[in-house]
Write a protein that binds this ligand. Structure first.
Ligand SMILES: [Zn+2]
Ligand SMILES: [Zn+2]
Length: 267
């Protein structure tokens, strides 16, 4: 049997080149109708996050409070923000200050269907996650209420946790649930957030002994602490918290380091 069929090969080549041409044309039309832009600054960008926005994320560097991760002028065991609070987690860390382009990126991830930013934001905290991965058995995330998650279509913290777990080859624990409908934390003053979130979370199934809990933003630590408490009630011994960003509580509008140097009275 003659396996070589020059007419068939030519037809296949012709079909392929027509298909590639159509794809290029379609791509060009889509780019005209929906131009590719940075999801943060909306300038033209092939990537969902432009280099300029990525470079301007305000990273937290230097000494921090050992417990809650607040930037301080020198390392301290606890600080003004966490001293006297009964926080259930072992320690918390954040990648950057919740301000500028980092704040916009998180906003876009949560409220503008910016799921394509997950890769970038998880990469932003990947080093810190890497430091903690050897000390944990699994990665977990702060859950949303069922209503909110079905409205949004996803849980941004869940997507970040999934990506970090995949990258570091750790299991993802999905048994944390929000079991109480409560007013949203960001709609309340800082003082009321601790009480508001009490009893809002429960852990189900077999809880790993050492857990890395992922969230998008750390503010008062109340939510992370309640989740850590729920995990510990079901057997976790150690819960580390890692968030993409941290809100300053000191009125510094995000410039943690300057606020720290100007006014740190932690010790
Ligand atoms: Zn940008
Ligand atoms: Zn602290």
């Amino acid at each position: 049997m003659n396996r070589h069929n020059p007419i068939g090969s030519r037809a296949l080549c012709s079909f392929r080149s027509t298909w590639m041409g159509l794809r290029r044309l379609l791509g060009g039309i889509l780019e005209l109708v929906f131009p590719q832009v940075c999801l943060v600054c909306e300038s033209a960008s092939k990537a969902p996050l432009c280099a300029s926005c990525a470079d301007s994320f305000s990273r937290i560097t230097g000494p921090v409070c050992e417990k809650c991760g607040k930037p301080c002028v020198r390392p301290v065991a606890d600080c003004r923000e966490c001293r006297g609070k009964h926080l259930h987690f072992t320690r918390a860390r954040s990648g950057g200050a919740y301000t500028g382009s980092l704040k916009s990126a998180i906003h876009s991830l949560k409220y503008r269907n910016g799921k394509r930013l997950v890769a970038y934001l998880s990469l932003f905290i990947d080093d810190e996650a890497g430091h903690l991965m050897d000390a944990v058995d699994a990665v977990a995330f702060v859950p949303l209420s069922k209503l909110k998650e079905s409205g949004r279509g996803y849980n941004q913290s869940g997507l970040l946790a999934k990506e970090l777990a995949r990258r570091h080859d750790k299991p993802l624990y999905t048994g944390l649930a929000k079991v109480k409908n409560i007013p949203e934390q960001h709609r309340l003053g800082f003082a009321r957030r601790g009480d508001n979130v009490k009893g809002a979370f429960r852990a189900f199934g077999k809880v790993p002994e050492r857990v890395l809990l992922i969230d998008d933003v750390y503010t008062t630590g109340s939510t992370a602490s309640e989740c850590a408490g729920a995990l510990k009630q079901r057997g976790a011994a150690v819960v580390y918290v890692l968030t993409v960003a941290r809100t300053p509580l000191d009125g510094s509008k995000g410039d943690h380091r300057r606020a720290v140097v100007d006014s740190c009275k932690c010790r």
